[in-house]
Design a binder for this molecule. Structure first.
Ligand SMILES: NC(=O)c1ccc[n+]([C@@H]2O[C@H](COP(=O)([O-])OP(=O)(O)OC[C@H]3O[C@@H](n4cnc5c(N)ncnc54)[C@H](OP(=O)(O)O)[C@@H]3O)[C@@H](O)[C@H]2O)c1
Length: 345
């Protein structure tokens, strides 16, 4: 790829993007570009969006093996850091994630190495265990899909997987390791037993799903919360929708604040996220939206009164419910999320 424009006239200086400080003192840009194209955006469209994002000033990219596009994105990372662009590898923050069918100890490092190869990198800034359940299901399957092999969270098994991430960290191949889609009871055990603590926890976070207990727990333990679906994932597949789902982008409070700032409601969700202290990772396939999302966190902050008003519109509405991870005879996805404070078997 040679079409990277390092002097785009619509760029925003990366120096304006706030940074969050991790437990070891390293810094992570306070907004990242998501790379999950869902059902309607192809791998090459996502790669083009990553190219546009880098031109526009993003330096943080949230990738995952299961998104099926790391190879295409890797070609873009190569172009971004090619000589003459002025961007060095160390200027980027790149995350990838271990998929659920690769939790067995002997699968972790080969799976990581494939992501690294596909992304054309020699180290990652962050490697996450994507879900705490070791349950395979085919990408894109229906929410009713179940595996006979499905298992609950088994802490000892999870720590074997985590031990492999610790080895990657020891070898200097990943700068930080982290969790995703865990709950407070699971995190308490992980923090008790980990030799290397998670630097980051990736979790669903938007104005209608603020997860205050988990958010506060994570921060109290010096872990940076990264918030996925920060706009409420308006483009998520039909299979991930239920009739009870709400929509933060049409919430009257968000609409009122958006009108006051003369921006799209998406910008208000992102300003709120960055000011609250989480790292939102919005995805967009459109250059104007990609730019607007970066502009949201670099200009015109919300007032304290606006932040307070958004704190009051939490609806506890989880969009990514995880039904496909259900095991045994369980039929209610709530069992995955330890809502009564205990880990279910
Ligand atoms: N760890 C996990 O388990 C997990 C789970 C889910 C997601 N993630 C990560 O989080 C990222 C973000 O989640 P997501 O992509 O589901 O949801 P999202 O970022 O909340 O929403 C993306 C959707 O919002 C639209 N959009 C983006 N910017 C906009 C703007 N300024 N104005 C209007 N619409 C806008 C996009 O459409 P256009 O393309 O038309 O702009 C796209 O359909 C993913 O890409 C992935 O990297 C992680």
């Amino acid at each position: 790829m040679s079409n990277f424009n390092s002097h785009a006239s619509d760029a925003i200086s990366p120096a304006l993007v706030p940074q969050r400080v991790l437990a070891n003192g390293a810094k992570i840009p306070a907004i990242g570009m998501g790379t999950f194209g869902s059902d309607h955006v192809t791998g090459s469209d996502v790669a083009n969006a990553v190219l546009a994002a880098a031109e526009l000033g993003y330096r943080h990219f949230d990738c995952a093996a299961v998104y099926g596009n790391e190879d295409q994105i890797g070609a873009i990372f190569n172009a971004i850091t090619a000589s003459g662009t002025g961007i060095r590898r160390e200027d980027l923050w790149i995350t990838s994630k271990l998929w659920n069918d690769k939790h067995a100890a002997h699968d972790v490092i080969p799976s990581f190495e494939k992501s690294l190869r596909d992304l054309r990198l020699d180290y990652l800034d962050l490697y996450l265990v994507h879900w705490p359940f070791p349950n395979f299901h085919p990408p894109g399957c229906d929410v009713s899909s179940r595996s006979d092999e499905a298992k609950p969270y088994i802490h000892e098994k999870f720590m074997e997987t985590w031990g492999q991430l610790e080895i990657l960290h020891d070898r200097g191949l990943v700068r930080h390791i982290g969790t995703s889609n865990v709950t407070i009871p699971k995190l308490k055990r992980i923090l008790r037993d980990a030799r290397i603590r998670p630097a980051v926890n990736e979790m669903e976070l938007h104005p209608h799903f603020q997860q205050p207990e988990l958010f506060n727990f994570v921060r109290a333990n010096n872990i940076v919360p990264v918030g996925y679906c920060p706009l409420g994932s308006p483009g998520r597949p039909e299979r991930d929708r239920t009739p009870e789902d709400t929509d933060p982008l049409t919430d009257p409070v968000i609409l009122r604040i958006a009108a006051a700032h003369d921006v799209h409601p998406a910008a208000i969700c992102l300003k709120w996220a960055a000011q609250r202290g989480q790292v939102p990772i919005p995805f967009s396939s459109k250059r104007t939206n990609i730019r607007a999302n970066l502009a949201a966190v670099t200009s015109d902050p919300l007032t304290d009164a606006e932040m307070d008003a958004i704190a009051k519109i939490d609806r506890g509405c989880r969009f990514i419910k995880g039904q496909v991870f259900l095991w045994g005879t369980h039929t209610d996805w709530r069992v995955l999320w330890d809502e009564d404070g205990t880990i279910k078997a």
